[in-house]
Design a protein around this ligand. Structure first.
Ligand code: GLP
Length: 227
């Protein structure tokens, strides 16, 4: 079941999630190297800044990103580049330990399994209720897959590109089932424009129309919000 926790500021929310991650890093031992799932978008930027400031030891950490556009990974707006610029290149994580989905979707699922599954998954939410790029109507049992982005998502994400025509129309995303298998999930959302969809996700009907509503079925998921 989800809990919705409201923070008085974005800064406080970012620090709170950074504390959780720091705690996981500190409690990790040789045989239990943490496996994290990480998001992109503007919401996690405060969290990533905070993690960088804390100069944590990332040498034993493996990460899987939630999604990636069908785009050249060297493109400025690829999620690969976003993660390198905002987090990875500012830490001591080994490049061999960060992973992004590509068209070989089964290989991504296999790698997650091979690593022993996900300990912690950090998520954002789209204004249409998507998690990662699982757009409305994505089935609950979906695995990593290629997706055609909706007009709504292309419009929302066009703020990062010079024009809406430059936004990729396809992406590769972890499926809802892939996300639901994580041991712990935290969804972070910022801004009043996310309030209505969050309310539906946390307290509304569990339906593929609002992919984030499936998180209500997760035994260890919390939802964090700040204005
Ligand atoms: C993109 C990502 C999602 C993210 C969403 C929200 O669509 N694929 O994983 O949750 O953006 O982004 P923002 O935090 O910028 O609102």
């Amino acid at each position: 079941m989800n809990e919705l926790k409201q923070f008085i500021s974005y800064e406080k929310m970012s620090k709170y999630v950074a504390d959780i991650i720091e705690d996981i890093f500190k409690k990790s031992f040789r045989m239990t190297f943490p496996k994290l799932v990480l998001p992109t978008g503007s919401t996690p930027l405060g969290l990533y800044d905070e993690l960088v400031k804390r100069e944590l030891d990332w040498s034993n950490i493996t990460t899987f990103n939630l999604d990636e556009y069908v785009i050249n990974p060297n493109h400025l707006q690829s999620y690969h580049n976003f993660m390198r610029m905002n987090l990875f290149d500012k830490t001591n994580i080994y490049p061999k330990n960060y992973n992004f989905p590509n068209r070989n979707t089964q290989a991504y699922e296999d790698k997650i399994k091979e690593k022993g599954g996900i300990d912690l998954c950090i998520l954002g939410i789209g204004t249409n209720g998507h998690i990662a790029f699982n757009e409305p109507q994505t089935p609950r049992n979906s695995k990593t897959h290629v997706v055609d982005l909706t007009k709504n998502t292309i419009k929302d994400n066009s703020r990062f590109f010079d024009s809406v025509d430059e936004v990729p129309t396809q992406a590769i995303t972890m499926g809802i089932d892939t996300i639901m298998k994580a041991k712990r999930i935290y969804l972070v959302a910022q801004g009043s424009h996310k309030k209505e969809i969050l309310e539906r996700a946390v307290h509304g009907e569990i339906t593929p129309e609002v992919p984030a509503s499936f998180l209500q079925e997760h035994p260890n998921c919390e939802v964090f919000y700040s204005d």
